[in-house]
Design a protein around this ligand. Structure first.
Ligand code: SF4
Ligand code: FES
Length: 250
C-alpha cells in the first residue's frame, strides 16, 4: 500500500499518497492553481505552460516548483499565491502573452494575475497558440493524427501536413474543444463545417435536427457499427418509447 502524507496547501491540511503530484493534490482539495496545459483527459500531458508554479517549504528550505510535475515525497508547506509566486507567475504570463497576444482566454487571466511589462520579448503579432500540444494529443488519442507541430523557432506552429486539408482529419472539433486559448478557428454554415483548410458536410439528427457532427466524424466514431441517424438523446427517447409500447401489450 502507498505511504500516505499530510501536507499543508495555503494553510489547509491535505492528505495525499507519496509521489502524487502537488497540482493534483491541490485540485482534489478544491484549491485553485492556474493551468493552461493540463487536461483530465490526458493525464501524462504536463509541464508545457509553467503557469502552475507554487512555492514549497520542505526541510527548512523554500523553492519554486512546477506543481503539475512535482511529486510530494515528504511533509511540506505549499503556498500557491505568495508574493514571490504572484510575481513569478506574472513573468510566465508575460512570456505567454508575447507568444500568443491574441489568445482570447488570456485577457481574463492577465486581469487576474497581471503580466510583467517588458520590451525584451518578441511579440508574435496575431498569434493565439501557446504550443501546449493538447490539440495534437486529442487528435492522436482519437486515432486520426491529422495535426502536428511543424517548423522551428518563432515559425513553430500546429498544422496539418504542408498546411493543406488532410484526409486524416474528420472535422470532429476535438482539437478546438481542448484548446485552452481558443486558437483553433473553424466556421459553420447550416450544412458545412470548415476547419484545417477543409470543408465537412454536417449531419443532423433525423428526429430533432441537432448537429450530430460531420459526416466523416459520425462514420469514423461508428467504426464497424451501424452509422447512427439520431442524436444520443433522441435515440434514448426512441428506445424508451419502444420499450413502453412493448410492455403495454404484454
Ligand atoms: S492550438 Fe491550442 S491546444 Fe493546440 S497547441 Fe496551440 S494552444 Fe495548445
Ligand atoms: S499546468 Fe503545469 S506546466 Fe502547465
Amino acid at each position: 500500500m502507498s505511504e500516505m502524507l499530510t501536507i499543508s496547501i495555503d494553510g489547509k491540511e491535505c492528505t495525499c499518497k507519496k509521489g502524487e503530484y502537488l497540482y493534483d493534490v491541490a485540485k482534489r482539495n478544491g484549491i485553485f492553481i492556474p493551468t493552461f496545459c493540463r487536461s483530465d483527459a490526458f493525464e501524462d500531458h504536463r509541464a508545457c505552460c509553467r503557469i502552475c508554479i507554487v512555492e514549497v517549504e520542505e526541510g527548512g528550505r523554500t523553492k519554486v516548483v512546477t506543481s503539475c510535475v512535482y511529486p510530494v515525497e515528504r511533509e511540506c508547506s505549499v503556498q500557491t499565491r505568495s508574493e514571490k509566486i504572484m510575481e513569478e507567475r506574472s513573468v510566465v504570463m508575460a512570456l505567454l502573452v508575447h507568444r500568443a497576444p491574441e489568445a482570447p482566454s488570456f485577457k481574463n487571466m492577465v486581469g487576474r494575475m497581471g503580466a510583467t511589462e517588458t520590451d525584451r520579448l518578441v511579440t508574435l503579432d496575431g498569434e493565439k497558440c501557446i504550443l501546449c500540444g493538447l490539440c495534437v494529443q486529442a487528435c492522436n488519442a482519437l486515432g486520426t493524427g491529422a495535426i502536428s507541430t511543424v517548423n522551428r523557432g518563432t515559425e513553430k506552429k500546429i498544422d496539418t501536413p504542408y498546411g493543406k486539408g488532410s484526409d486524416a482529419c474528420v472535422g470532429c472539433l476535438s482539437c478546438a474543444n481542448v484548446c485552452p486559448t481558443g486558437a483553433i478557428e473553424y466556421s459553420e454554415t447550416d450544412t458545412t463545417r470548415t476547419i484545417w483548410n477543409r470543408d465537412f458536410e454536417l449531419v443532423r439528427c433525423e428526429e430533432c435536427g441537432q448537429v450530430m457532427g460531420t459526416q466523416n466524424s459520425v462514420v469514423f466514431a461508428a467504426a464497424d457499427e451501424v452509422v447512427p441517424t439520431m442524436c444520443d438523446s433522441c435515440r434514448k427517447k426512441h428506445l424508451a418509447d419502444e420499450m413502453m409500447a412493448t410492455y403495454r401489450y404484454v
